[in-house]
Ligand binder design. Structure first.
Ligand SMILES: [Zn+2]
Ligand SMILES: [Zn+2]
Length: 385
């Protein structure tokens, strides 16, 4: 790899990131982003396939090698946040923002493609996976359903996510559970409404729902082993419109998280049992609408060791910081890690506003290091030194 050529390309990489930052798009609507990436990479001579998960794409670099393939993944979607960074390259899409740094992830993967393309000694097959809809809609699962790993078999998959608060350019990961599973549900408690002065003629869904909220607090404390982690959060409670009217129904929005698959299953089951039995004790009915859930992001031991070795060898011993416990956030790369062993790593964004904050911005300094990591990782994966 001609490092001078890469340094000369870096300003262009920054410009690409700023351009993507200006055009954040919602999950499965990343049409401009997807077209931009596809045009750029096919223009560079990569083989680009675009019919996965609406706006997803895979760009392949095939330089022979030992018959194996490595998958490198970036996410592309923005968030419905009004940007307040004041950056000259701030979002031009009203009400949308790249508040999770997926513009940076996409750009780092473009940079990785540049480096591998310009590495004449490289031998191996690399699938650059650009996925839509990471935030809430499980774009990774839909790419898999559309045949991602049948059509582009991978022997290992890796992804980077920037991490505010971790020193800029420092990597962090752990073996096993890295991020929690999440499940979300809308719980509708149906009673019988009526006059606020005559509760005896009603089935009050507010009281039933309030009782469910309190009873759910025992699910973690009494049903999850103390050594394990779990969270049930009732994030929204909507009911009624006036002080003297008992409404017909109350609606709760609930999220459940766990870092172990069996705890996940148990929490979801206990949530249903508690909601149903509490509601029944008041004579109310319930309906539970589950939304898409993400599994536990489970890192493979060998892949984490490989990545950590590459990071230490490339950037120095301080550049990798083992993560001592899983994060309770969630990540749909977990779906890919259920199919193919691999690792999800954090890359420090430095002291910035947090992810999903209106003042957050991806740190452009990472645009140099991220691609260097992916390139070195691919070389090490194919035993090229
Ligand atoms: Zn996010
Ligand atoms: Zn993200």
């Amino acid at each position: 790899m001609d490092e001078a050529a890469y340094r000369a390309f870096l300003p262009e990489l920054v410009a690409i990131r700023h351009r993507l930052h200006q055009m954040p798009e919602a999950g499965y609507e990343e049409r401009q982003t997807s077209a931009f990436v596809a045009d750029l990479l096919s223009g560079w001579g990569l083989s680009v396939t675009r019919d996965l998960a609406a706006t997803g794409l895979v760009a392949t670099l095939d330089r022979g090698g030992d018959g194996r393939a490595i998958g490198l993944r970036a996410d592309m979607d923005g968030l419905p946040v009004v940007e307040e960074t004041g950056a000259v390259y701030a979002s031009r899409a009203p009400g949308m923002m790249h508040a999770c740094g997926h513009d940076g992830h996409t750009t780092m993967l473009i940079g990785a493609a540049f480096r591998l393309l310009h590495d004449d000694d490289f031998r191996g097959k690399v699938h650059f996976i650009f996925q839509p809809a990471e935030e809430t809609a499980g774009g990774a699962a839909r790419m898999i359903a559309d045949g991602l790993f049948d059509r582009f078999p991978c022997d290992a998959v890796f992804a980077l996510h920037n991490y505010p608060g971790l020193a800029a350019g420092r990597f962090s990961a752990r073996q096993g559970a890295m991020m929690a599973a999440i499940d979300a549900a809308t719980l509708t408690v149906r009673g019988v409404g009526g006059h606020g002065a005559r509760p005896e003629d009603t089935v009050d869904p507010v009281v039933a729902a309030a009782s469910i909220v309190m009873a759910l607090q025992t699910a973690v404390s009494r049903n999850v082993p103390p050594q394990e982690a779990g969270v049930i959060t009732v994030g929204a409670f909507h009911a009624g419109s006036a002080c003297n009217v008992i409404p017909d129904e109350a609606v709760l929005e609930i999220s459940l998280r766990a870092t172990d698959p069996s705890v996940r299953e148990r929490l979801c089951r206990r949530f249903e049992e508690i909601a149903r039995s509490q509601a029944a004790s008041f004579g109310a009915d319930i309906r539970i609408d589950w939304q898409v859930g993400y599994p536990v992001t489970m890192n493979d031991r060998v892949s984490v060791e490989l990545a950590a070795d590459v990071i230490r060898a490339t950037f120095g011993d301080d550049a990798f910081e083992p993560l001592d416990r899983p994060m309770m956030g969630s990540e749909d790369f977990a779906f890919m890690l259920e199919k193919v062993s691999g690792a999800y790593l954090f890359l420090g964004n430095g002291e910035s506003a947090g992810l999903h904050n209106s003042r957050y911005d991806f740190n452009d300094k990472l645009l140099e290091r991220g691609p260097v990591f992916f390139h070195a990782l691919a070389r090490r994966f194919f035993d090229l030194t």
